[in-house]
Design a protein around this ligand. Structure first.
Ligand code: F6R
Length: 614
């Protein structure tokens, strides 16, 4: 959600913090701010409502000087979008500044308690309570880390915090309570960086320490003292990050989303690379240790995920049940722990999460673990909470995904699910011989086919020109393409603010068919698979009621093309891999429509990447 950056070292802090925030703006973008420990011994802040460019403009007019700084991009939870509510927040005496990601659940009672003691508040946020609490403790102890420890004992809810103080102007204190989004500490040469996401600091360092739940770090320019929240010292584990910093830049593209759609053939190739032996038809997922006996004993997989990742899970169900013959349930992370999920021994809870930090998905994993299930995850961010808390994981290898609307991580997670289905299917002895050979051969062709689809863009801009003023869209699919219809509709609504619904085509006649008229385009995913004929008859039903059909068909399918008003084409592949190819045109279509409507494609209103609040 909110983006956090911190710097301590020999360089001017504010420009580095601002540059880091610019790489994190996808996280939250309703307001932003920076606080710097000024040489004169005071904390100076600059905050602005709106996107970072407003903060940048203010900093240009009135630069902040100092070598220790913290910054924040906000996604509002408590208190409206105002300058007063933007972070950093200061204690009443200006001795402590804090930036925060998460929610302080008991902030109202703490606020009343502090007000009764005469503390005055300048914002409506939950965060300011922490600044005031730490400042109150600091008056007693004089030590920032000790004051943070004492203050956090009073706090309920998951949060990450970064503090600076005038009392100890040689340090930043970072603390984490629960799963409210990660915090990483990056080690440089006599300088140290802090960020909520690795891309913010990748340009400066690849040596990273992950702050775990209930840990606190006292960060200086040349040393880190890591401890538990209760004060027991810990040895930091330093991870080397291999991501290419250029991958997190927009380059020649107009939007990150555009770049990330176009990157999918590469992401698919990287996700397959090194995991498949194409001569022996073997799949080996090194980071998912599983014996043949365990694979055979596996009774059920429960996939937990949110949003786009949930749609990937629905496709995964189709792959895993067909290729590995293992029963699969798919649940929203936000629902799973609030019903009575029946999972236990010989069950796996499989989380799908690009960021690895989505709080609802993490909570569902915890619930799965509590009930005795094994935890697996499919994640894009190595070192994320989901990956670290899993017994086994499969990386997406999509590279940093910056556009708020997920694209390349979706198709990469489908590739991971396919690989998992192949490995499990062979281990369970249900996928072999010609069927296995065909499944592997189709995978070998996939990157090249995805390349063909990703390159073709003209048609989507033509369709956008025709349809960009419509208020409603319906997306239809069946079987593994029903989740693709859901995903197509989600992409359209989130970036262009057009109301769109995804529906299983066979359910149309049970209600939604009443909506059909000339003003509501129907996007029908109708590539050739076991339910192709049924899809064709559903297209006919729409046409018979005067509907306008944009059909996604296999190249050369004249029958389907003849039934539709407009056609988008993809090359043929197997029913298990078709959802991957079929996704790309729907992403391009949403992108083209959003661009035509002049929408903010990479940072749609009200949204943020990495949803770290419930
Ligand atoms: C939609 C989108 C979201 C995410 C969801 C889960 O384009 O990006 O729906 O898919 O917030 O995020 P992760 O996969 O990071 O858990």
């Amino acid at each position: 959600m909110c983006g956090i950056v911190g710097y301590i070292g020999t360089q001017a802090a504010a420009p580095l913090v601002l540059a880091g925030l610019q790489r994190l703006e996808y996280r939250g973008y309703d307001s932003a701010g920076i606080a710097v420990l000024h040489e004169a011994g005071e904390i100076v802040t600059e905050r602005a409502v709106g996107k970072l460019l407003y903060l940048a403009a203010r900093l240009e007019l009135a630069p902040l000087s100092g070598h220790i700084g913290i910054g924040h991009t906000r996604w509002a939870t408590h208190g409206g979008v105002t300058e007063e509510n933007a972070h950093p927040h200061l204690g009443m005496n200006g001795e402590v500044a804090v930036v925060h990601n998460g929610i302080i659940e008991n902030y109202a009672s703490l606020r009343r308690e502090l007000q009764a003691e005469g503390v005055t508040f300048t914002s409506e946020t939950d965060t300011e309570v922490v600044a005031q609490l730490v400042e109150r403790e600091l008056a007693q102890s004089g030590d920032l880390a000790a004051s943070v420890r004492a203050a956090l004992l009073r706090i309920e809810g998951a949060s990450s915090f970064v503090f600076i103080s005038t009392r100890q102007p040689d340090r930043i204190v970072v603390a984490r309570l629960g799963n409210a989004g990660g915090i990483v500490i990056g080690l440089g040469d006599r300088e140290t960086f802090i960020a909520s996401d690795i891309p913010a600091i990748l340009k400066h360092t690849r040596k990273i320490i992950f702050l775990e739940n209930r840990q606190l770090a006292v960060v200086r320019s040349d040393k880190i003292a890591l401890s538990t929240l209760s004060g027991a010292p810990l040895e930091p584990e330093i991870h080397a990050i291999s991501w290419d910093p250029v991958a997190a830049e927009k380059g020649a593209y107009r939007h990150f989303m555009q770049k990330e759609i176009a990157e999918q053939p590469r992401a698919i190739t990287d996700t397959i690379r090194g995991r498949v032996n194409f001569s022996s038809n073997r799949v080996h997922l090194e980071t998912l240790p599983l014996t043949v006996a365990e694979a055979r004993e596996l009774e059920k997989i429960t996939i937990v995920a949110c949003g786009t990742s949930y749609h990937a899970g629905l496709v995964g169900k189709f792959m895993l049940e067909n290729l590995a013959e293992v029963p699969v349930e798919v649940d929203y992370g936000s629902e799973f722990r609030y019903r009575r999920p029946l999972v236990g021994k010989n069950n796996v809870v499989l989380a799908i999460t690009q960021s690895g930090e989505t709080v609802d998905t993490l909570a569902a994993m915890e619930e799965g673990k509590r009930q005795g299930a094994k935890l697996w995850s499919i994640v894009n961010v190595l070192g994320s909470q989901a990956q670290r808390s899993s017994d086994g994981y499969i990386l997406m290898h999509a590279g940093p995904e910056i556009g708020v609307a997920s694209t390349k991580a979706f198709t990469a997670s489908l590739v991971d699910l396919y690989l998992l289905a192949l490995q499990l299917g062979t281990q369970r002895g249900v996928l072999q011989g010609e069927r296995l050979e065909e499944a592997i051969a189709a995978l070998a062709r996939l990157p090249q086919l995805a390349g063909q689809v990703a390159e073709e863009v003209e048609i989507y801009h033509r369709l956008a020109e025709i349809f960009y003023t419509r208020d409603h869209f319906l997306y239809l699919g069946r079987g593994p393409n029903y989740p693709i219809a859901l995903e197509g509709a989600l992409k359209l609504k989130e970036i262009s603010y057009i109301h769109a619904e995804g529906y299983p085509a066979g359910e149309m006649k049970h209600g939604p068919i009443a909506l059909i008229d000339r003003m509501m385009p129907v996007v029908a995913v109708a590539t050739r698979d076991g339910v192709y004929e049924k899809m064709i008859s559903q297209i006919e039903q729409v046409k018979a009621r005067g509907g306008i059909v944009i059909a996604l068909v296999e190249q050369g399918d004249e029958l389907a093309a003849a039934k539709a008003d407009y056609v988008m084409e993809v090359p043929g592949t197997t029913p298990f891999l078709a959802p991957i190819l079929n996704t790309i045109p729907l992403q391009w279509l949403s992108y083209a429509i959003a661009v035509r409507r002049g929408a903010d494609v990479d940072q749609p209103r009200n949204l943020a990447k990495s949803v770290t609040v419930e």
